[in-house]
Design a protein around this ligand. Structure first.
Ligand SMILES: *Cc1c(COP(=O)(O)O)cnc(C)c1O
Length: 398
């Protein structure tokens, strides 16, 4: 019996969320993956290879930086977990490396992936270059048009970037197209999912591969604070991979409060990407979870300044963390995220990804005890968002 409330059960559920809602043809693939992923991940060969790559290729451990400006302003110790310093600029590479090692251990010969903003596509194309595997990346044509630098990088790495013309031509449609490809080539293809979403076992697989984040936080806090847990953890929430990795080793630590920053766009019901705060139960991309939908159950288009957070679903673990009261959700608007990004850049010379800036802005909405220890995951760097930052520069009205 599974006594751990926040671990996935044998049927792939976290509470009422999760499962494997896939077409019949993909069921054997999901089952094959479920049957072997834990054994492979826990094997000596995998761990030695994975950890060696994290250290020498990605540059881990990522630093835990005590932020002077945020600490003074909030009256407590605010640490930033610097995933922005990873190779390729975000936490996504932790997951991509783990999944390509898993694909190889399973004898797969071809990688497919979806991407929205292009960060996961870039990580997937990067590890495929490293391991010399063919890589096909599905990307909505709207996203291709607005994320040109990442598209160019993926193509330079040798990836076949395929434009998806269906639906709104964004991330949701790219996932649908990748699932379609997987249905047509089920035996030789490995589907590398970029977040803690999709059918079982992907949410658990991705959470485990990102759990290196909280593993390091434990060691680093022990060294800096003499205790291995913070009072508060904060991460931004798109599909949920950086949040899952940040929370993983603290899910059953009652002394640590967990907060997710959801992208609330313009702050209104019809212009938001705050899936848990504003959505309702439904099924999307192979899992029962919380989704943004209209009265007829049609998935609606999320709105956020951040391409990495505007996904109309969320990982089933996070839906369960919210439903059970274990984690609190905080809505952060585009403007609030922008202000937090400019502040960190000017005060400390760290330009965060616009996604990560949502987690920074959430700090202003949390009641933080004086002298408490807070860790915020800075999931990525802001180089990809330069145009956004220049176009909204603070000399605006205020
Ligand atoms: C993709 C991305 C996110 C959102 O994805 P999660 O799976 O929720 O972590 C957040 N920050 C950055 C920098 C990203 O690239």
């Amino acid at each position: 019996m599974n006594t751990d409330l926040f671990k996935v059960n044998e049927r792939g559920f976290y509470g009422r969320y999760g499962g494997t809602y896939v077409p019949e043809i993909l069921k054997p693939n999901c089952d094959a993956l479920s049957d072997c992923y834990r054994d492979i991940l826990e094997s000596h060969d995998f761990q030695a290879h994975y950890r060696g790559l994290l250290r020498d290729y990605v540059g881990r451990p990522s630093p835990l930086w005590l932020s002077p400006s945020l600490s003074v302003r909030l009256g407590c110790k605010v640490y930033l977990k610097r995933e922005d310093l990873n190779h390729t600029g975000a936490h996504k590479i932790n997951n991509a490396l783990g999944q390509i090692l898993l694909a190889r251990a399973m004898g797969k010969r071809r990688i497919i992936a979806e991407t929205g903003a292009g960060q996961h596509g870039l990580a997937a194309a990067t590890v495929c270059a490293l391991f010399d595997m063919p890589c096909t990346i599905y990307m909505g044509s709207t996203d291709i048009a607005r994320q040109q630098p990442n598209v160019a990088k993926m193509r330079l790495l040798g990836a076949d970037v395929r434009a998806v013309e269906s639906g709104n031509q964004t991330l949701k449609d790219a996932v649908n197209e990748a699932l379609r490809d997987w249905c047509s080539h089920p035996s030789e293809t490995f589907y590398m999912i970029g977040s803690a979403v999709g059918p079982h076992p992907y949410p658990d697989l991705v959470a485990r591969l990102q759990s290196i984040i909280s593993e390091e936080i434990k060691e680093q806090l022990l060294e800096k604070e003499g205790r291995d847990f913070p009072d508060t953890l904060v991460a931004c929430l798109g599909g949920g991979s950086n949040a899952a990795g940040t929370f993983f080793h603290y899910l059953n630590e009652p002394r640590t409060a967990l907060y997710c920053a959801e992208a609330d766009g313009l702050g209104t019901a019809d212009a938001s990407a705050a899936t848990i705060l504003r959505g309702s139960d439904g099924i999307l991309h192979g899992a029962r979870t919380i989704v943004m939908q209209d009265d007829d159950g049609q998935i609606t288009e999320p709105v956020s300044i951040s391409a990495g957070l505007d996904y109309p679903g969320v990982g089933p673990l996070h839906a369960h963390l919210a439903a059970s009261g274990r984690a609190m959700m905080i809505g952060v608007t585009d403007d609030e995220a922008l202000s937090a990004a400019y502040a960190l850049n000017c005060d400390e010379g760290i330009l965060p990804a616009i996604e990560s800036a949502h987690a920074l802005a959430a700090l202003n909405k949390i009641n933080l005890r004086k002298d408490s220890v807070v860790v915020v995951t800075l999931s990525g760097r802001g180089d990809k968002d330069i145009d956004t930052y220049l176009n909204h520069a603070p000399s605006r009205k205020d």
